[in-house]
Design a protein around this ligand. Structure first.
Ligand code: T5A
Ligand code: NA
Length: 212
């Protein structure tokens, strides 16, 4: 077995920015170039906790705001053993949303500070690279109607965008801003290049701890 670990690569952005599209293309491109790569997404709706979250997002159930925030965080923590195992095996993980979505969405609700929201995610495996797909929320809304899920309104998305901007001030995280208003192929080219660079850099370093 190789002693080189895989890189933890996260894609973030407001709803409709193209995260899922780009995660899938990146995993495919990395695999084509002979690198081990797998996709993960948060929320992971397949677990018991994920099912509670999914039902909340689909407005089939209501959950108290602090409670749902902690469930989103627990949904990441429950995957940590698997994530660490895969990284150690040299598999590059491409992750669709992570703790940054968790903080940006809850702190967009009245009465939630950024600090309170960050707390439960402190110590998660730290991404080697976080690419923020930058897209004006008005343009995002043009990519198809916002759906019927909770949080899918323009006003809320604008506040979420502001919270992401605040999170990006933190230089302890390796943020790269990607202009997502271009074609899928143009955006992909940038993402692939940045990812290939970080894979080479990360392979000889231990996995860090987020926000600690
Ligand atoms: N949430 C999440 C929290 O509140 N706390 C948390 O801790 C976490 C992790 C579910 C919700 O949960 C919240 C945030 C969310 O509100 P989700 O299941 O990831 O999150 O949301 P989805 O609805 O699956 O995904 P998004 O709406 O965010 O869309 P994506 O993934 O950004 O965009 P994508 O790739 O699906 O593309 C959307 C459309 O645009 C087109 C695509 O073909 C597609 O039709 N498109 C483009 N069109 C033109 N040009 C381009 N460059 C395009 N790229 C994609
Ligand atoms: Na998505």
């Amino acid at each position: 077995m190789s002693c080189r670990r895989g890189a933890l690569i996260v894609l973030e952005g407001v709803d409709r920015a193209g995260k899922t599209t780009q995660c899938q293309k990146l995993v495919h491109a990395l695999q084509q170039s002979g690198r081990a790569a797998e996709m993960m997404r948060f929320p992971d709706r397949t677990t018991k906790i994920g099912q509670l979250i999914s039902s909340y997002l689909e407005k089939k159930s209501n959950l108290e705001d602090h409670t749902v925030h902690l469930l989103f965080s627990a949904n990441r923590w429950e995957m940590v053993p698997l994530m660490k195992q895969k990284l150690e095996q040299g598999i590059n993980l491409v992750v669709d949303r992570y703790a940054f979505s968790g903080v940006a969405f809850t702190s967009a609700k009245p009465g939630f500070s950024l600090e309170w929201c960050m707390n439960p995610d402190i110590g998660l495996p730290k991404p080697d690279l976080v690419m923020f797909l930058q897209l004006n929320p008005n343009m995002a809304a043009d990519r198809g109607e916002y759906g019927i899920e909770r949080y899918e309104t323009s006003a809320f998305q604008r506040t979420v965008h502001q919270r992401f901007e605040e999170l990006m001030q933190d230089s302890s995280v390796n943020w790269k801003v990607i202009d997502a208003a271009r074609t899928i192929e143009e955006v992909h080219k940038d993402i692939k290049l940045l990812s290939e660079c970080i894979i080479s850099l990360a392979e000889n370093q231990p996995v860090g701890e987020l926000w600690s």
